[in-house]
Design a protein around this ligand. Structure first.
Ligand SMILES: NC(=O)c1ccc[n+]([C@@H]2O[C@H](COP(=O)([O-])OP(=O)(O)OC[C@H]3O[C@@H](n4cnc5c(N)ncnc54)[C@H](OP(=O)(O)O)[C@@H]3O)[C@@H](O)[C@H]2O)c1
Length: 285
């Protein structure tokens, strides 16, 4: 059944990576708004979901078609590896629409030729070639990045980075989740490539200053050269990917980061600011 505003009321919504930063928020939002959700992870042990949400194991590169039973729409993470088996099963199960998370790396003039761009282009191509109806999301710099990249340094009160004046655009993860949810339950904007940004262009230095304010403690910024930053690369970050991000920062320099109002056009409310993110999330804590 479809409501006059396009909201679909029947059918199950499949969420991959329901433990992920975006997937968990998407699952919570869909459950809160009364939708039937099948939340998946490669290993469901300890997967914490809101009451009423079904769980199932799903590795996109090795999918059991049974996970798609009754599924009307699906949210996909851009995983590495071959997901054509999953996409074929989704086509056979008559999945109506897929929302694929991608990254600006897929089209950025520097990153698109690097490993992050290639990985995202590959999964976009697989989804496109499957013939499934789909929408691709390109969120800007995730507000979770400081925690991912600088948590230890934030605790220590000194963040050492290259290109501190590089301007980025932090996006609140609830905004990405809400846009994804909208596309999964309503028919508007389907088929688009949606570049999603937060509301303001901030330098890395300004982002760190906002974190310091929110935590109520000083955080010094130490500027590294390109070579020093490469040498200080976190062990978990593959070298080629890290180098590619540094190249982007060097290329863009101090130019303003793109700001658009696509979050508002889809959800009806303005994108949340990084300051708002910091009210509910404390990087490094
Ligand atoms: N960092 C940025 O600024 C930025 C900007 C734009 C786009 N992005 C995109 O956003 C992603 C990060 O989003 P996030 O923070 O929400 O990610 P996250 O918290 O790291 O979660 C990633 C999820 O992917 C799932 N996953 C990985 N491989 C899988 C597979 N083979 N089959 C099924 N699920 C699989 C994981 O599920 P399990 O529980 O099974 O492990 C996990 O829940 C990046 O990888 C990038 O593609 C990032």
């Amino acid at each position: 059944m479809t409501e006059p505003d396009g909201t679909i009321l029947d059918g199950t919504i499949l969420v991959t990576g329901a433990r992920g930063n975006i997937g968990s928020r998407l699952t919570a939002h869909l459950a809160r708004t009364g939708h039937r959700v099948r939340a998946t992870a490669r290993d469901t042990a300890g997967l914490d979901v809101p009451s009423g949400v079904e769980t199932a194991a799903l590795d996109l590169t090795d999918a059991d078609p049974a996970v798609l039973k009754g599924v009307r729409t699906a949210f996909l993470y851009p995983t590495f590896g071959d997901i054509t088996g999953f996409l074929t099963a989704a086509t056979e199960a008559e999945v109506e629409h897929v929302v694929l998370l991608s990254s600006p790396a897929a089209y950025d003039p520097v990153e698109h030729a690097g490993p992050i761009g290639a990985a995202h282009q590959a999964i976009e191509a697989a989804v496109r070639d499957s013939g499934l109806g789909h929408t691709v999301l390109y969120p800007s710099w995730l507000a979770t990045n400081p925690d991912r990249d600088w948590a230890e340094q934030i605790r220590a009160g000194r963040v050492a980075i290259a290109h501190p004046e590089w301007r980025i655009n932090p996006i609140h993860l609830d905004d990405i989740a809400e846009v994804a949810a909208d596309l999964l339950v309503r028919e508007q904007f389907r088929g688009c490539s949606l570049i999603l940004t937060g509301p303001e262009s901030l330098s890395q230095r300004e982002v760190i200053a906002q974190i310091a304010d929110a935590l109520g403690k000083p955080i010094e910024v130490e500027e590294l050269t390109h070579e020093q930053a490469l040498a200080a690369r976190p062990a978990w970050f593959p070298e080629a990917m890290f180098a590619s991000l540094l190249e982007v920062a060097a290329n863009l320099g101090e130019r303003p980061a793109t700001v658009n109002n696509n979050v508002e056009r889809v959800t009806g409310h303005p994108a949340r600011s990084f300051a708002e993110w910091l009210r509910d999330n404390e990087p490094g804590i």
